[in-house]
Design a protein around this ligand. Structure first.
Ligand SMILES: Cc1cc2nc3c(=O)[nH]c(=O)nc-3n(C[C@H](O)[C@H](O)[C@H](O)COP(=O)(O)OP(=O)(O)OC[C@H]3O[C@@H](n4cnc5c(N)ncnc54)[C@H](O)[C@@H]3O)c2cc1C
Length: 467
């Protein structure tokens, strides 16, 4: 094993291997978890052939291999094993857009291409990538490995629904290259589905063929203030009726989250004069210029005000105003990350149960840590509410962290009781393995373990994650 760094250098060159303590520090985890295990090196391949050679070298040496994308994950998936020697494989130097075809509407990108870069490339070609969320420095490989969700799932589905093909390096170093642009292909098992959402435990994604969509020609964005979650759901039903499949986002923002954000950026950014307990950020778009979406959204807004469902609100009149409204949504996510001790969760319940979930979860966490401050926000259209919790004002972040387990269990119990999940879009990673066993039957876990054993018989691909 002591010879491994030299072997790795021979495969990817001196500048492709980092093994000094100072250099390794930035590769020990993600937004949820850092580990301080015996990390041998970080390798940074430039090609799929190099990835395959690195995998073989690590397997031969019996060393664990943890793939790393942008390190923005929220489940500890990119944290190297704490209990055994490991190598981190970072895709930061594999970020090319290999092809972009606007006739077939398909783009082949390497795993290390960031979500931001992939979206910009699509925009430059007059197209849209149907995957969008606040972690823009995340990589396509990481997004596919976690089957990421985000703001547009309502319209375009999760990450797996953007994928036409994958290139994957298996644990034995074989390369599965399935980057065919075919939209129809029923030739045997659909292997790509096995790797999507597998969090680096079954194979390493090196490239993907992604679907593109026509770029929106018209768009309307509104931020509307409401008194109750019942009103939020009422508005959701009205929006679906008025806008149909044109709705691309329907996000709920709680007052507590907006206050947190304005605490960082100042109250001048309030979107409308009335302070309401809830706000909804709603967006609709269409590739056809013939749909008058701005008018449809204005009429939805007016009728919802007249019926007392909406209290106040604003419709963006320019792209700058639209961006400012989206900053509210992403500002809450960033403010949560920056607040010491803030607990993140990733629940989803049936859409009609969102009100019951939030009410019961608020009571449940209050019973565990009186005075803690829930900030439930997120993707109403998918039933995916991030029931995040801040420490009580007079409790230090570290003290609240010590109670995270109890608070998380209280939220989980409520979500599971309502037929929900506690891993809607961030994956299981290292931190939700116990919860996985509450969400899946023994037969399902057994089938997952058999899949893992078949694809990774030595158990060296991202050990300690999912199972
Ligand atoms: C502000 C903010 C907002 C966010 N909003 C959302 C949101 O709305 N929806 C959402 O789903 N997520 C969201 N996230 C979480 C995060 O961005 C996603 O989970 C993202 O998919 C992780 O990508 P990454 O490249 O950072 O992966 P990493 O965190 O580096 O890794 C994630 C997992 O993927 C594995 N992996 C990485 N690359 C590969 C590869 N090439 N092959 C195989 N396995 C690999 C890792 O081992 C790990 O298990 C947000 C994060 C932040 C910071």
């Amino acid at each position: 094993m002591t010879a491994l760094p030299a072997t790795l250098r021979a495969l990817v060159g001196d500048d492709g291997v980092l093994d000094q303590a100072g250099d390794l520090a930035g590769y020990r985890g993600d937004f949820a978890l850092h580990t301080d295990g015996p990390l041998i090196a970080v390798v940074r391949p430039r090609t799929t052939a190099e990835v395959a050679a690195l995998v073989r070298a690590c397997m031969d040496a019996g060393v664990a291999l943890t793939p790393r994308g942008g390190g923005t994950g929220l489940a500890g998936g990119a944290a190297p094993a704490a209990d055994r020697p490991a190598v981190v494989i970072s895709f930061e130097r594999m970020r090319a857009i290999r092809t972009l075809d606007t006739t077939g509407d398909i783009m082949v990108v390497e795993a290390g291409c960031t979500l931001h870069e992939a979206r910009e490339a699509a925009v430059s070609a007059g197209r849209l990538l149907g995957l969008d969320h606040g972690g823009l420095s995340s990589q396509i490989g990481g997004n596919l490995a976690t089957n990421a969700g985000g703001n547009n799932v309502l319209r375009y589905g999760m990450a797996r629904e953007q994928v036409l093909g994958l290139e994957v390096v298996l644990a034995n170093g074989d390369v599965l290259s399935q980057l065919s642009p075919l939209r129809k292909n029923n030739a045997g098992y659909d292997l790509r589905q096995i790797f999507l959402g597998s969090e680096g435990t079954l194979g390493l994604i090196t490239a993907a063929a992604l679907k593109l969509r026509p770029a929106p020609a018209v768009r309307a964005t509104a931020c509307l203030g409401l008194q109750t979650l019942d009103a939020v759901l009422d508005l959701f039903v009205r929006a679906r009726t008025a806008l149909g499949e044109a709705i691309s986002a329907f996000e709920v923002l709680p007052r507590a989250g907006l206050d947190l954000h304005f605490g960082h950026v100042g109250r001048a950014r309030e979107p409308f004069p009335t302070i309401t307990p809830w706000a909804v950020l709603l967006e609709a778009d269409s590739a056809s210029p013939y749909f008058d979406l701005p008018r449809a959204v204005e009429e939805l807004f007016t009728s919802a005000i007249e019926d007392g469902v909406v209290i106040d609100g604003t419709v963006a009149a320019s792209e700058a105003q639209r961006q400012a409204l989206w900053t509210l949504r992403e500002g809450i996510a960033h403010a949560m990350i920056e607040t010491p001790g803030s607990l993140k969760s990733d629940s989803a319940v049936p859409v009609s149960a969102i009100g019951a979930f939030v009410t019961a979860a608020m009571q449940a966490v209050e019973a565990v840590v009186p005075g803690c401050r829930p900030v439930p926000f997120g993707h109403v259209g998918d039933g995916n509410i991030h029931f995040n919790v801040l420490p009580p004002v007079d409790m230090a972040g570290e003290a609240f962290k010590a109670r995270w387990g109890e608070v998380t269990e209280a939220i989980e119990a409520v979500a599971l009781d309502l037929g929900g999940t506690v891993s809607a879009e961030h994956g299981i990673g290292a931190i939700k393995r116990t919860a996985l066993r509450r969400m899946r039957s023994a037969s399902e876990i057994d089938a997952m373990q058999r899949l893992k054993d078949a694809f990774d018989p030595q158990g060296l691909l991202n050990p300690g994650k999912i199972l």
